[in-house]
Design a binder for this molecule. Structure first.
Ligand SMILES: [Zn+2]
Length: 223
């Protein structure tokens, strides 16, 4: 598909549901040891060395009614609070290892990173707020999930563009499957799959487009 057509589709869409795949920033694997402070620092350090999805989305979609679902562990989307659902959690939020509180802390607020920060209530170490942990604090994600479904229901009759960026088999349950189901069920919906390798969309979906591109190149094209 041609760049011009892709730009036109995005430009002409007022309602966009953006699905960001787990591998959008390439570091797919979840952290091995949630108690390892060096690993927490490494994951968060990785954020500053990749494409800034947070500001790219603000710039490209600022005049759209959009919502984002991201399965990436480390896609910082802090500018989109209220319009984002991160079902796997994210490395830049920290929680108490014992989950003694629902409270979360932003990694960025810990300026002195020489020692592992502790929970102010029970003195346990703070760990990444991601789904791999047994005591995953997910109260905030339930609120995000409600907003996600509310957005879909609100726009049920609108011409929604489902924009999938760099999804893989890891995202079948949370993004690819649900997006394909929505595109099959709703006649006004268009599915655009942008991916650096895997573009297959079931032929049962009528309004479908695919575009082979890395996320970096795609964001650059739309900027
Ligand atoms: Zn605690």
């Amino acid at each position: 598909m041609k760049v011009k057509e892709i730009k036109k589709i995005v430009k002409e869409s007022s309602y966009i549901l953006i699905g960001l795949g787990a591998s959008i920033l390439k570091k797919v694997d979840p952290p091995i040891d949630p108690l390892n402070w060096d690993e927490i620092k490494e994951y968060n350090g990785f954020l500053s060395n990749t494409i800034d999805i947070n500001s790219k989305i603000s710039k490209i979609f600022n005049n759209k009614d959009y919502f984002i679902i991201s399965t990436s562990w480390n896609s910082n989307l802090s500018d989109h609070i209220g319009r984002v659902f991160t079902p796997n959690g994210s490395c830049n939020k920290l929680q108490c290892y014992n989950a003694c509180t629902e409270e979360l802390w932003d990694f960025i607020d810990f300026k002195d990173r020489s020692s592992h920060p502790k929970c102010p209530y029970c003195n346990s170490p703070l760990i990444m707020n991601i789904t791999t942990d047994t005591y995953f604090v997910d109260e905030h994600l339930q609120i995000q999930e409600k907003s996600y479904y509310k957005w879909i229901h609100k726009n049920y009759n609108n011409k929604i563009l489902l924009l999938e960026i760099e999804t893989s088999e890891l995202d079948t349950k949370l993004i690819k499957g649900p997006f394909e189901n929505i595109a099959t069920a709703l006649p006004n919906v268009t599915l655009l799959r942008v991916n650096s390798s895997d573009l297959g969309i079931p032929s049962t979906i009528k309004k479908q487009y695919s575009f082979k591109s890395s996320p970096e190149t795609f964001f650059k094209l739309l900027s």
